[in-house]
Design a protein around this ligand. Structure first.
Ligand code: AMP
Length: 598
């Protein structure tokens, strides 16, 4: 039997171990099925060694007995205290590596003696040597120290003939690293690397925590940050909410009995929404884009020379990350291989190559095309056509996948919305394929901007569940579409039509007529959002439309006032002054009410 060499991602926040078995790469889980080992080491109150989740859970409550982010100190001549002992950084890493080695031995049913261990591209010789020492002390022969971006690139079949330049954008819990990797025929090297070792998901948690605590303090006069137990609970709650916001437009943060005031228990119950969260973290993400810029400059490359963009690290799950990178690099990043696990998987690929084991590319199930719904184009239809595709599940999303987006109604007192589900990539809805349609009837009487949450859930068998829910009432309807993964090729459809036409001499088929219907379909009923000011804009436009209609019949003495108000509202809309838009809209609504009554 060939010897087994495992691949280990020894991360700042989390660590994993992976292996290639029967040509397949897989990450090894603990007995609870968890593939991730938090890189925390601690001693319990009764002196027991804790590694992983248990140590992480006690970190805020007992920082003197817990060590986190030891990777930042690797290679430094320092000691870290743990209870009443002092340890070298590599001794702490040994505990993490030993836990991973034991996990692998148990999972594979044989002792594991050799490993490939990954390090950041910027690690110097001392840091690499300290990592090697930690491996040896953990009873592992370290057959290779591998750069993390190289490992990530190895999961994406770098054995192609053509020279590829691949940016690897790694945003984890505490650090951001951007590397430009070059790959050709299996030879992978790092051309340039830039990073910020003090920027990552922990900072996003902190921002959200402060937002929650500030609001609680305003309401109750109590600072929850001052109480370690409350802070620890809240940190876990905001992190969970942050992760939820990667797939949904809203997240609830509910913590009961979080504090006490005058003998009365206080509960915390708040809602976080994606837009606000994105605004909060945008400045930090801009700083990561500077790392991209600098890495490109060092590699002497422009975005046009790049082959594909790879995402690594848990924080790249945040949709805004892909969006900003796409804007900057003009191509949609790849995250098919789980960004939490891809460094470990790549280390396993390298380990298998060293062991002389056959290894295929890392296989992932993905959706081959985007899935979304038809909506009114908020920019008024740039292609001259008023509808566009609003993608909800993007192409190349790993399966199973589940995501929701928020939309808003267009008309006041709109009673129904039509949800039309499409697959395809073209913003112009007519260039995509409709795979399902349903109507949600009986919406609450509400002004335009009534929020509708559309949720798509796609499983490995290609079964797509689509639901639409009115936020205020919870009114919901759902359909199930079988076979949503089947690729629909437009050219095939056109060829089939041409054949039919020849056979029957007909002008078209039922399908064509159906699609033609789509193009000019009934009433537009949804817009994506809310974007900033969208609700205000929709309402203001509706009011202006109404005012235009009434203007002709208005008495001369009222006309000037009405025109003045309309002008004020238009100016505020143009300048995107939303408070002023709301104020002017309210006034205009009052005037219109009075004019209609008169
Ligand atoms: P890593 O060091 O790569 O394991 O990344 C850990 C960081 O990713 C932590 O800050 C996590 O809170 C964050 N993270 C994990 N999953 C998600 C998610 N779905 N959305 C946003 N952040 C996430």
């Amino acid at each position: 039997m060939a010897e087994v060499i495992v691949g280990i991602d020894l991360g700042t926040t989390n660590s994993e171990v992976a292996v290639v078995q029967h040509g397949q790469t897989r990450v090894l889980s603990d007995e609870t099925g968890d593939p991730i080992l938090p890189s925390f080491v601690g001693l319990s109150s009764d002196g027991k060694l804790l590694v992983g989740r248990a140590a992480r859970n006690q970190w805020v409550l007992a920082p003197e007995r817990t060590i986190k982010s030891i990777k930042r100190k690797m290679g430094q001549d320092v000691k870290v205290p743990l209870a009443d002992q002092q340890y070298q950084p590599q001794e702490i890493s040994v505990m993490i590596l030993k836990t991973l080695r034991d996990r692998a031995s148990k999972a594979l049913g044989r002792p594991i003696k050799k490993a490939v261990i990954t390090v950041p591209a910027y690690f110097n010789d001392a840091q690499r040597q300290a990592t090697r020492d930690a491996g040896e002390l953990a009873g592992l022969e370290v057959v290779r120290i591998l750069n993390e971006p190289t490992a990530a690139a190895l999961t994406y079949d770098p054995r192609q003939q053509d020279l590829q330049r691949i940016p690897v954008y790694d945003l984890g819990g505490g650090t951001c690293d951007v590397s430009i990797v070059q790959a050709q025929q299996g030879v992978v090297e790092v051309l340039a690397s830039h990073g910020n070792t003090q920027l990552g998901g922990d900072d996003f948690d902190e921002l959200l925590l402060n937002r929650v605590c500030d609001s609680f303090q305003r309401e109750h006069g109590i600072d929850l940050r001052a109480d370690p137990v409350a802070k620890s609970r809240l940190l876990q709650a905001v992190e969970a909410a942050k992760c939820h916001l990667s797939y949904h437009s809203y997240a609830r943060i509910d913590e009961e009995f979080i504090a006490e005031k005058n003998g009365r228990a206080l509960h915390l119950s708040m809602e976080a929404n994606r837009e606000e969260f994105e605004d909060m973290i945008r400045p930090l993400l801009q700083r990561t884009l500077e790392c991209v810029q600098r890495a490109l400059r060092d590699a002497k490359l422009t975005p046009a020379a790049l082959e594909r963009v790879l995402l690594v690290g848990g924080s790249t799950r945040i949709p805004l990350v892909s969006q900003l990178l796409e804007d900057r690099l003009r191509q949609r990043p790849h995250a098919e291989v789980n960004p939490h696990l891809c460094v470990a998987l790549g280390a396993a690929v390298q380990a298998a190559i060293i062991a002389g084991v056959e290894v295929g590319a890392v296989l992932v199930d993905i959706t081959p095309h985007s899935l979304g719904i038809k909506c009114l184009d908020p920019d008024g239809g740039s292609s001259g056509f008023p509808f566009r595709l609003a993608p909800i599940l993007h192409r190349n999303t790993p399966l199973p996948a589940s995501r929701s987006e928020l939309f808003s109604t267009v008309h006041d007192n709109q009673e129904a919305v039509d949800i039309e589900v499409y697959q395809g990539e073209n913003p112009d809805i007519r260039r995509n394929h409709r795979i399902g349609k349903f109507r949600v009837q009986g919406l609450a009487k509400a002004p335009a901007g009534n929020q509708i949450v559309v949720h798509l859930d796609l499983n490995l068998d290609g079964v797509l569940k689509v639901s639409a829910r009115e936020r205020v009432t919870g009114l919901q309807k759902q359909i199930v579409i079988e076979n949503a993964l089947a690729r629909y090729v437009l050219e095939e459809r056109d060829a089939a039509r041409a054949r039919l036409r020849q056979l029957w001499g007909e002008s078209g088929t039922a399908a064509e007529e159906d699609d033609a219907d789509d193009a000019t379909d009934a009433m537009p009923t949804l817009v994506p959002g809310p974007r900033e000011g969208q609700r205000e804009t929709v309402q203001a436009r509706a009011l202006l439309e109404k005012a235009e209609r009434l203007l002709a019949g208005v008495r001369p003495e009222d006309k000037a006032e009405l025109e003045g108000l309309m002008e004020r509202l238009r100016m505020a809309l143009t300048d995107r002054r939303w408070e002023e838009v709301t104020a002017a809209s309210d006034q205009l609504a009052d005037v219109l009410f009075y004019l209609e009554e008169a």
